[in-house]
Every structure is written in structure tokens, then in C-alpha cells.
Design a protein around this ligand. Structure first.
Ligand SMILES: C[S@@+](CC[C@H](N)C(=O)[O-])C[C@H]1O[C@@H](n2cnc3c(N)ncnc32)[C@H](O)[C@@H]1O
Length: 284
């Protein structure tokens, strides 16, 4: 597997407001992300790698690798893995946690690799963070070999039918927020949670055999108040939105989240569903 253009930091200097926001907030959370959120997102590893056909000996790129847990799982499956992320702090953590794996700086929207380099490209909870997801999908397609497979996850939408973690935050914010526009304009968080959108969008950039399923992830905390630690230490958008509120609104949002979380407490553990949508596709 050749991997040219090893450093993409120049691309990162031309970031739009949304990318700058992502770059700054993930940079601020790089030391706390893994213990608060990486332990949850890694639950998607087996399904994600299986959807991408990851097996011994194949070349795998993990895009937006964060602290590198998916790269580690792919390495353990015997693949030859490179993980990229555009936040240096995340890469430092990835290298510290998983020594020996090849983690490099890189922008999902300008992948630092030649065409047809990898057998599989995976992205765990990254696609909805990219300013131009279509460009990122096109880049994944470009660096895949013919017949190569692409798989990614995003969070399922908030749901008041089967209440999930996103719904708990959304309800608390909707009820109590006094500042609505705390986040820079960015791509839709839920576009890639829709199987129809995924099929249409991925086919549009040249993928085939697109399918999307829901997979069950679970957040678990000893006490409901600790849900707030996860938000403040590892959830860039929710933290920014809550921090932007007046002191009283912030307090009300926090109380509302804790009270809702308390309803999920059983036998001394708070377990909240955090379902995800997993999409797979093939480059013809
Ligand atoms: C929610 S975290 C997911 C991390 C990891 N994949 C996981 O499963 O825990 C999102 C990651 O996307 C990275 N990211 C956001 N925009 C990016 C971009 N344009 N290029 C590369 N990485 C990006 C962030 O730095 C962050 O590490």
C-alpha cells in the first residue's frame, strides 16, 4: 500500500467556519474524548469492520480516526491500517493508546493518498462532522480500489418513540435554551441517518450496493449526573450549545438532562440507548 502526500496541514489552514469549529473543539477535547465517548463509539467496531469486509492482509484507511479505536480493531483483525484525523491532539492520543499503528494528519476532504490505494475505507461517527460531506465521500471513493468497500456510521436521529440519548439532549435544549444560534452553519446532522439519503448520495458519487441498517449502541454511567461529564468532555456540538446559554438556562438544561437520564437508571447503572445508522457501499 503506497501512501504519498503524508502531511495535510496546509489544507487545514484553509478551513471554513464550520471546519474551524470542529478543529478547535475536538482539539480542546482530545485528552478526555476517549474515556468519555471513545468507549461508546468503539461499540460499533465489529459491525463497521464487517460491513467494510475488513480481514487479514487488506489495506484499510480509517478517516477521522479520533483516538484510533477502530484502527486498533482493524489491526487486530490482521489488516494493514492507516488512521487519519485533522486534529493533532487526537492523533497524539491515538498513538499513545495504540502504539505501532500508523496514524497521520489528514483532512477527510483532501485525503493525502493516491487513487486506488485501499481495499476498504471506514469512518466511525465522522461523516456528519465534515463541512462538505459530498467531497469527503468522493475522496473515499477516489482512494478505494475497484471492488473496494466503504462503511460509515452516524448517530440515529432523536426519537420520542424509542427515546435515545440525542432525544434527551434535544428535549432539554428545546425546553430551556435562550440562545439558538450558538453553532456555525454546517451540514445536516441527520442527512446520513436516512437510508434513502445515503443510497441517493453515495450512488451519486459512484458507489453501488448501498445499504443502511441501525445498530444498537449503549451509553452506561454509574450516576445520571455523569451524563453531563460526557457531554462537556466529549460532545463538541452539545457542549458548545449548552455553554452558550445564560446561566439560568444552562442550569435548567443540565437539570432536565439529569432528570431524564435518571429514568434510565436500573440496578445502580444508567443505560441509555445510543443507536447508530451503519451504511455500507462498494466501489464498482
Ligand atoms: C466524533 S469524533 C469520532 C472519532 C472516532 N472515529 C470515534 O469513533 O470515536 C469526530 C472526529 O472527526 C474528526 N474530524 C472532523 N472533521 C474532520 C476532517 N475534515 N478531516 C479529518 N478529521 C475530521 C475530529 O477531529 C474527531 O476526531
Amino acid at each position: 500500500m503506497s501512501a504519498n502526500k503524508p502531511d495535510n496541514r496546509e489544507t487545514a489552514t484553509g478551513m471554513d467556519a464550520h471546519a474551524q469549529f470542529e478543529h478547535r473543539t475536538w482539539g480542546e477535547m482530545h485528552e478526555t474524548y476517549d474515556s468519555h465517548f471513545g468507549r461508546i463509539t468503539v461499540q460499533a467496531a465489529d459491525d463497521l469492520l464487517s460491513a467494510a469486509g475488513v480481514k487479514k492482509g487488506i489495506g484499510v484507511l480509517e478517516v477521522a480516526c479520533g483516538t484510533g479505536n477502530i484502527s486498533r480493531a482493524a489491526t487486530e483483525a490482521g489488516a494493514v491500517v492507516i488512521g487519519i484525523d485533522f486534529v493533532d491532539g487526537m492523533l497524539s492520543e491515538a498513538r499513545r493508546l495504540h502504539p505501532g499503528i500508523d496514524f497521520r494528519p489528514g483532512d477527510a476532504q483532501a485525503l493525502p493518498f493516491e487513487e486506488e490505494t485501499f481495499d476498504a475505507v471506514v469512518c466511525n461517527f465522522g461523516v456528519h462532522h465534515f463541512s462538505e460531506p459530498l467531497v469527503a465521500l468522493g475522496e473515499a471513493h477516489r482512494v478505494l480500489k475497484s471492488g473496494g468497500r466503504y462503511a460509515f456510521t452516524v448517530w440515529s436521529p432523536p426519537s420520542d418513540v424509542k427515546v435515545n440519548f440525542r432525544q434527551i439532549i434535544r428535549e432539554a435544549v428545546n425546553e430551556h435554551a435562550d440562545v439558538q444560534d450558538a453553532l456555525p452553519p454546517g451540514p445536516s446532522e441527520s442527512h446520513f441517518a436516512s437510508p434513502e439519503n445515503c443510497a441517493r448520495t453515495l450512488e451519486g458519487v459512484g458507489f453501488r450496493d448501498v445499504s443502511t441498517i441501525e445498530i444498537p449502541l449503549l451509553g452506561a454511567w454509574p450516576r445520571p449526573e455523569q451524563v453531563l461529564d460526557t457531554i462537556y468532555n466529549a460532545m463538541a456540538r452539545s457542549k458548545t450549545l449548552i455553554d452558550a446559554q445564560s446561566a439560568s438556562a444552562k442550569k435548567n438544561i443540565e437539570s432536565a438532562i439529569v432528570e431524564r437520564a435518571r429514568q434510565f437508571e436500573q440496578s445502580g447503572t444508567v443505560r441509555i440507548p445510543m443507536p447508530a445508522m451503519l451504511t455500507r457501499a462498494r466501489k464498482p
